[in-house]
Design a protein around this ligand. Structure first.
Ligand code: ADP
Ligand code: MG
Length: 234
């Protein structure tokens, strides 16, 4: 479904992605793991064409159609949703306003406000709260819920478990697993190895802008040398 081939991305003259290739199929959770500053967010932003960074070479295709040079808005229309790192929300908009802003009033299929609130009961309790009144966990759930409102086929999630309490991480993992069951593809960027191992079908490791390891979650678990070298995990 998503195919990224030999991507080179730059911030000004800084050559940050130096040949990233990866694939995500429908119904597949693919994790992109790596330490801080290795190029995970840059990969996600390159796919969404959120300049900066600027993609200078490489191909990004979705169902075989090239995405390079489309505007982020048009990429979202192809049903690719982004859950950005740091949960960018509007401080003065309520939970329900965040969820309705992207949905045309006439759209009746797929994800609705009610379905998002049923998926995240905590948000239902907070439906009239504003962005700046939500806890970190509630913000992350709202960021995921908002992404679902475009009825995505592919969701790009940038460190969704960052800063969440363990019980919230578990709940979010359950939601992500249920999205896979519905056939969505998910590109999950994580520093949290355990969350990635619990969820991902396949894992890519990134180190200074290059994919240095690729395999199933089981293969990575059986490879302590790579875990140590690229993630600093014993
Ligand atoms: N807006 C920017 N301008 C210049 N350099 C950046 C910018 N954003 C990130 N970088 C650099 O690009 C590299 C990769 O960053 P990033 O993709 O955010 O890493 P990760 O998400 O893996 O922590 C880092 O060296 C970072 O300093
Ligand atoms: Mg990042």
């Amino acid at each position: 479904m998503l195919e990224v081939t030999d991507l080179h991305s730059y911030y000004g003259d800084a050559h940050v992605l130096q040949g990233v290739s990866l694939k995500v199929a429908p119904g597949e959770i693919v994790a992109l793991l790596g330490r801080n500053g290795m190029g995970k967010t840059t990969t996600i932003r390159s796919i969404m064409n959120l300049r900066d960074p600027v993609v200078r070479s490489g191909d990004i295709t979705f169902h075989g159609q090239r995405l390079n040079d489309l505007r982020p808005h048009d990429i979202a229309k192809r049903k690719i949703a982004l859950v950005p790192q740091g949960r960018r929300l509007f401080p003065s908009l309520t939970v329900v306003e965040h969820l309705t802003m992207l949905k045309s009033a006439s759209a009746r299929d797929g994800w609705t406000v009610e379905r998002v609130l049923a998926t995240f009961p905590r948000l239902a309790e907070r439906r009239q709260h504003r962005g700046n009144q939500l806890s970190g966990g509630e913000r992350q759930m709202l960021a995921v819920g908002r992404a679902l409102m475009i009825d995505p086929e592919l969701v790009l999630m940038d460190e969704p478990s960052e800063g969440l309490a363990p019980v919230m991480v578990q709940h979010l993992e359950g939601v992500i697993a249920s999205l896979r069951k519905e056939g969505l593809g998910i590109l999950l960027v994580e520093q949290n190895l355990y969350s990635a191992l619990a969820l991902a079908d396949r894992i890519y490791l990134i180190e200074t802008g290059r994919i240095v390891h690729h395999g199933t979650a089981a293969e990575l678990q059986a490879d302590p040398a790579s875990l140590q070298k690229y993630l600093g995990v014993h």
